[in-house]
Design a protein around this ligand. Structure first.
Ligand code: IPM
Ligand code: MN
Length: 352
């Protein structure tokens, strides 16, 4: 198969981890006789430095014209603590999500047996954790009207959802549950928020009409945050709105022992983007210590999206082997001295 992939390395450790994902994809292309063409483009702080905007027009065009986007990470400390910054790297990510219509963000939280001892939680609680978070990505408070009063003393962010926005992601989440352990947990704040009550009505109706074979559970987000720590292995598919999903997916990401392990897929009707959950880790840039596994697993999700299931599984299996053999960066195996590119080499070699 021939695929055009837009590669947006971004900031901080982004370029280093993207390089390893491309190395692994090249190994896949060779072993399975595919052709992957990579079209590189700038996004984030580096794009602001070069052009004044975090998502320059050519980057958007390349992304729109590609079969998928491989996205590294964005963010730079010089913007983080400056509420008056006119442009921010994060706007690049939000704009591309909206422009590509990527309403469905999938974040799998699956622990690796070889790393259970790394988890901040007790091993017996974490064991067997394998759930997928479906986070709505192009609506809600992230994209509602923002206001700041003339005297700058009052501000608001509107949280708005429509039935259509809820239904289109819920279809994907119900379908995912059917292929897994058949449980869908809707995470919301329906005891307080009108938007959450709309989510409940819409999801309950869909459940009755089309998905009654799936077990539907409801959980308030504050309770969900607690349950994820108490018994993360109770979840199968979680479905939630943009902001709640942002927060609890970071919580989910450390359950397995390192934030450097978790990939994500952002899917729309016509486009798809794959990125690790972690940020740009600027302090780690250029040192060869960034864990490339979340990025490599994001590439594996991209292969699944292309219908290349065997290839995707081969990448995942190679990652599991690397972790079993202790081949990973210092935050996981501090004594083993493997660099970012050693980890990529090891995984690519297994595939080729
Ligand atoms: C994420 C990130 C983004 C978000 C930021 C960088 C805009 O935290 O993908 O979870 O809040 O969605
Ligand atoms: Mn986040």
């Amino acid at each position: 198969m021939k695929k055009n992939i837009a590669v947006l390395p971004g900031d901080g450790i982004g370029p280093e981890i993207v390089q390893e994902a491309v190395k692994v994809l090249d190994a896949v292309a060779k072993a399975y006789d595919h052709e992957f063409n990579y079209n590189y483009a700038d996004v984030g702080a580096i794009a602001i430095d070069k052009t004044g905007t975090p998502l320059p027009e050519p980057t958007l065009k390349t992304s729109l014209e590609s079969d998928a986007v491989l996205f590294g990470a964005i963010g730079d400390p010089k913007y983080d603590n400056n509420p008056n910054a006119k442009v921010r790297p994060e706007q690049g990510l939000l704009t591309i999500r909206k422009a590509l219509g990527l309403f469905c963000n999938i974040r799998p939280v699956k622990t690796f047996d070889a790393l259970l001892h790394q988890s901040p939680l007790k091993e017996e609680r974490v064991k067997g954790t394998d759930f997928e978070m479906y986070r709505e990505l192009t609506g809600g408070i992230y994209f509602g009207e923002k206001k700041l009063s003339a005297d700058k003393n009052t501000a608001s962010d509107l949280c708005q959802y429509s039935k259509v926005e809820i239904e289109r992601i819920a279809h994907k989440a119900f379908a995912a549950a059917r292929k897994r352990r058949n449980i869908l947990t809707l995470v919301d704040k329906a005891n307080v928020l009108e938007t959450s009550r709309l989510w409940r009505r819409v999801i309950t109706a869909m459940h009755e009409e089309t998905y009654s074979d799936v077990e539907l559970r409801y959980l308030f987000v504050d309770n969900a945050a607690m349950q994820m720590i108490l018994a993360p292995n109770q979840f199968d598919v979680m479905l939630t709105s943009n902001l709640f999903g942002d927060i609890i997916s970071d919580e989910g990401s450390v359950i397995g022992g390192s934030i450097g392990l978790l990939p994500s897929a952002s899917i729309g009707e016509t486009h798809a983007l794959f990125e690790p959950i972690h940020g740009s880790f600027p302090q780690g840039a250029g040192k060869g210590i960034a864990n490339p596994i979340a990025m490599i697993l994001s590439a594996s999700m991209m292969l699944t999206h292309f219908g290349m299931d065997d290839e995707s599984t081969a990448v995942r299996n190679a990652v599991v082997l690397a972790l079993e053999k202790g081949v990973c960066t210092p935050e996981i195996f501090p004594l083993n001295n493997y660099t970012t590119s050693d980890v990529g080499d090891f995984i690519a070699n297994i595939i080729s």
